[in-house]
Design a protein around this ligand. Structure first.
Ligand code: UD1
Length: 430
């Protein structure tokens, strides 16, 4: 059992380097299943979700070799198996990409329904609708999603998504890359990682146009060949450090980012009185005075990202006046609010709306992360709070943030990892 112990109230200063994008890596690594050759993937973040998806590929029979800390070579040519082990797949949300990738490669897939953070109802009906339109029979029963292309190979089709879904957009792209003919995805999601997946597949020989707009056209090709690709920087990791500086104060240069991807976050922070200076591949964030209130609604890209909602809510807890946050993507993304209240925050939640009365200060407390981004929000609250905060259940945080303790210590945070001995754990559990 590991905790983070944070002595807060210290402004942050210095430089921090952002890692590769989690949600891009989690789609690009399964995409290697479609490639007839070795894929060298660079700028891979060192996080537990990535370790898990690489392990699943290895379990399927892929040859995965570590080149250096952030680069792997993946060779899926000798895989024969399209059945994903239940225990592994259930640990991460992104295991759903294995359905599209295996279906595209073998014309069949058997994958347990995905796990991941509990943010509300997380159906995959739009993914399935796409596969069915492309000629697959899909059955969900007995703890598995079983998909089989009727003619052994998928056929291109027109798919209109009922709602903007990141996962369905990317999964249908994966299934369509080697299908017969043209697939058109309408009402597609436009997140940076969608463009990244398209760029990866195109660099291996795919024919995908329109990624980053709401109509994506995938013309199936006979085969993809190996090559080298570098994953984009993580928009949400960068946004989290920006929010940390906004909450704790100070001045930090956040390096290895694409400022364009951060504009929705930058605009809100500026509205709140935070200074953000954009450079080619970095942003400098400075907060000295008091924060101003703001209203925020989370939306698909280029709207304000739902994966930044808990972190920005903590910043608003310290702003002058009343702010309103509306969650526009998930049904149940305020489970962390009780924990932040224990630190002195004034937040009322009604369904998808949170009303936040700014307070002068938060005070340290023992709190628990209940999911990945909620965990990041607890850390930010701890950095800004007076006194000591202990954040429990940090395995959630480590699913998506590479080396967060080292990176925060590097910009002056007083944060350390405490590993509880086994005996103490059982006493506590009792
Ligand atoms: C991905 C991200 C997650 C992020 C979310 C929205 C990964 C591994 N996770 O999740 O961090 O919060 O995008 O940016 O990349 N929906 C349906 N049916 C479907 C698919 C989605 O009803 O078949 C609904 C969902 O319930 C949700 C909304 O559509 O309300 C958006 O979900 P989606 O964009 O698919 O999120 P994920 O891909 O699961």
């Amino acid at each position: 059992m590991t905790k983070y112990v944070i002595r807060g109230g210290k402004p942050l200063h210095g430089e921090v380097e952002i890692s590769g994008a989690k949600n891009a890596a989690l789609a690009i690594i399964p995409a290697a299943l479609l490639v007839d050759g070795v894929c060298r993937i660079e700028n891979i973040p060192q996080i537990s979700d990535v370790t898990m998806i690489l392990q699943i590929l290895q379990e399927l029979g892929a040859d995965v070799r570590t080149v250096n800390r952030t680069t792997v070579d993946i060779d899926c040519r000798h895989i024969q198996n399209s059945q994903v082990p239940q225990e592994m797949a259930r640990k991460i949300r992104a295991s759903y990409y294995l359905i599209g990738a295996l279906l595209g490669r073998f014309g069949s897939a058997e994958v347990p329904p995905p796990g991941g953070c509990h943010l509300g109802d997380r159906p995959i009906d739009q993914h399935i609708k796409g596969f069915v339109a492309m000629g697959a029979d899909v059955d969900v029963s007995g703890g598995f999603v079983r998909a089989k292309a009727k003619n052994g190979r998928l056929t291109g089709a027109q798919v209109y998504l009922d709602m903007v879904s990141v996962g369905a957009t990317m999964n249908i792209m994966l299934a369509a890359a080697l299908a017969d003919g043209l697939t058109v995805i309408e009402n597609a999601a436009k997140e940076p990682h969608i463009v990244d997946l398209a760029n990866f597949l195109n660099s291996m020989g795919a024919d995908i146009m329109g990624a980053g707009t709401d109509v994506i056209k995938v013309r199936g090709v006979q085969k993809l060949t190996g090559g080298t690709y570098s994953i984009i920087p993580d928009q949400i990791e960068a946004g989290t450090y920006m929010a940390a500086v906004a909450a704790a104060g100070g001045e930090v240069l956040i390096k290895n980012v694409i400022p364009k991807h951060l504009e929705c976050i930058t605009a809100k922070l500026e509205e709140m009185g935070v200074e953000v200076e954009e450079h080619d591949d970095s942003v400098r964030v400075r907060r000295t005075g008091r924060l101003s209130r703001a209203n925020i609604k989370t939306l698909p890209y280029p709207g304000f990202p739902t994966d930044m909602q808990p972190q920005i809510t903590v910043v608003l807890c310290l702003a002058e006046g009343t702010s309103v946050v509306t969650e526009g993507v998930w049904d149940n993304r305020y489970r962390y609010v009780d924990e932040i209240r224990r630190m002195g925050a004034h937040i009322q939640v009604d369904g998808k709306i949170a009303v936040i009365e700014g307070v002068d200060k938060l005070t340290g407390a023992a709190v628990q992360a209940c999911d990945l981004r909620a965990g990041a929000a607890m850390v930010i609250a701890g950095l800004a709070a007076q006194g000591t905060t202990e954040v429990d259940c940090v395995h959630y945080i480590e699913r998506g943030y590479e080396d967060i303790v080292r990176k925060l210590s590097g910009i002056g945070a007083d944060i350390r990892v405490v590993v509880m001995p086994e005996e103490k754990k059982s006493v506590q559990a009792g």
